[in-house]
Design a protein around this ligand. Structure first.
Ligand code: ARG
Length: 472
């Protein structure tokens, strides 16, 4: 959308609808400082939808004549076309999206245009617009999140039995499967979807009718407007309706969590791509070279996503700080909700799109993962569990295995490479069948219960997710 030009130094113009009271035009810098049209234009289609519903309601209750309603509907349809074609002449002097559209409507529809604002204020208008706009964005984000989950499930299916080291404290802990690791993120993004879905319920309530702050003297039908616009309920208190932005804050909190999850995944991708790990390769189109070091392939997309998670969390903080000092009801402070909110949506959407593209392209190096899982005595717990099954108390088994690990360390070999006789020195209960326990495949396969890393479990989870995420 084009930026608005200031066509007049006067904000106190008749077109703005409230010039009569002022003795001199607003200072140029005040106009620039207070105008929001450069960014709130993106609410235009929501604003038109809200106005259409409001006008229809006014006509229904007899406040607006049928001819006026028709003129308003015609005018708003034309304005929508002008905006969609990029032909609409936004004017900074008209401050915001609402006054720009109303002014144009009055040009097109005359007095009918001037009647539209009956029983309404920009305060309930803007709250309605933001909610309408955000509701649509949430719906889009929910679809993108499901697509990202599907991409991760695809990797999980391909790598249900690809063994990698699982880490705690970033130290090799126990073998897991790469599929299981991918499904951990599917779970995180599922909770993110739940949070967004839940936040949507509170976004989807109608403020219109609150007017400036106290309601209106006209016999309005708010339920009608809500039904027209698909709102699930009405804000029940006019002061609250025009002033709180908690719905936007909640959304940003949910968005910050999504970005936090993406940031964790990003950090792992960056680590795994490092030659020190060598667990994965990213398609070239998601990496960049260095201007000086010819050997470099940098994971820019995950790095940027990790960085942008800070930016989105910052927006959440901005909105919280914006709200905390405001007395009831509406204050102009609230105009500052838009840029953080819009940027949160843009950043999240773009990041999700990048990951939806990138995740299926992750190329796994099973040999490197396996080798890493076999280093670091990752099956030590399995050996302890084995001894427990042969009657040793777990703490004693733990101690015996610690000695075995120390011996392997001294010899510079893996647990599986120790001769049976050496194992029996520390734990006489050990028999031939221990080999299965010390291998990484046996280790992951043994964790065969809901939530465990066994390939069979992973495949069951994959099937469940595929059914759940299938487009309906
Ligand atoms: N542009 C304003 C905003 O974003 C619209 C509401 C202005 N209301 C007012 N009384 N000045 O919040």
């Amino acid at each position: 959308m084009s930026n608005a030009k200031s066509t007049s130094s006067s904000l106190h113009r008749k077109d703005a609808g409230w010039s009569g009271r002022f003795a001199e035009p607003v200072a140029e810098f005040v106009l620039r400082y207070t105008a929001s049209v450069n960014f709130d234009q993106r609410l235009a289609l929501a604003d038109i939808a809200g106005s259409l519903a409001h006008a229809a309601m006014l006509a229904k209750v007899g406040v607006l004549g049928a001819d006026d309603l028709a003129a308003i509907e015609r005018g708003l349809a034309q304005i929508r076309g002008e905006i969609e074609r990029g032909e609409f002449a936004w004017q900074l002097a008209l401050e915001d999206v609402h006054l720009n559209i109303e002014r144009r409507l009055t040009e097109l529809a005359g007095d009918a245009g001037k009647r539209l604002h009956t029983g309404r204020s920009r305060n309930d208008q803007v709250a309605t617009d933001v909610r309408l706009w955000l509701r649509t964005e949430v719906d889009n984000l929910l679809i993108l999140l499901a697509e990202l989950q599907s991409a991760l499930v695809g990797q999980a299916e391909r790598h249900a039995d690809t063994v990698m080291p699982g880490f705690t404290h970033l130290q090799v802990a126990q073998p897991v499967t790469f599929g299981h690791h991918m499904l951990a993120y599917v779970e995180m993004f599922e909770r993110d979807r739940e949070r967004l879905t839940d936040a949507r319920r509170r976004i989807n309530r109608l403020p219109l009718g609150a007017a400036a702050l106290a309601g209106t003297t006209f016999p309005i039908d708010r339920a009608f407007v809500a039904a027209q616009l698909g709102f699930e309920g009405l804000c029940q208190n006019s002061l609250d309706a025009v002033s709180d932005r908690d719905f936007a804050i909640e959304f940003c909190a949910a968005a910050a969590l999504v970005m936090t999850h993406i940031s964790r995944l990003s950090e792992e991708l960056v680590l795994w791509m490092s030659p020190r790990f060598g667990f994965i390769r990213l398609p070239d189109r998601f990496t960049t070279g260095s201007s000086i070091m010819p050997q470099k392939k940098n994971p820019d997309v995950p790095e940027l996503a990790r960085g942008k998670s800070g930016r989105v969390t910052g927006h959440l903080m901005s909105l919280l700080m914006l709200m905390k000092g405001q007395p009831l009801a509406y204050n102009k402070d609230n105009q500052e909700d838009k840029e953080p909110l819009f940027d949160t949506v843009d950043t999240l959407r773009d990041t999700l799109r990048a990951f939806i593209e990138m995740v299926p392209g992750i190329e796994v190096e099973p040999a490197a993962m396996r080798a890493a899982a076999e280093e670091g005595f990752a099956t030590a717990t399995d050996l302890a569990d084995y001894l427990v099954r042969r009657g040793l108390p777990f703490r004693d088994a733990h101690e015996a295995v610690a000695r075995v690990v120390r011996l392997a360390q001294e010899r510079g070999c893996e647990l599986a490479a120790l001769p049976l006789a050496d194992l029996q020195r520390f734990a006489p209960q050990v028999e031939e069948d221990v080999a299965h326990v010390l291998g990484v495949e046996g280790s992951v396969a043994a964790r065969h219960h809901v939530g465990g890393t066994a390939p069979k479990q992973v495949l069951q989870q994959v099937a469940a997710w595929q059914a759940r995420l299938a487009p309906r």
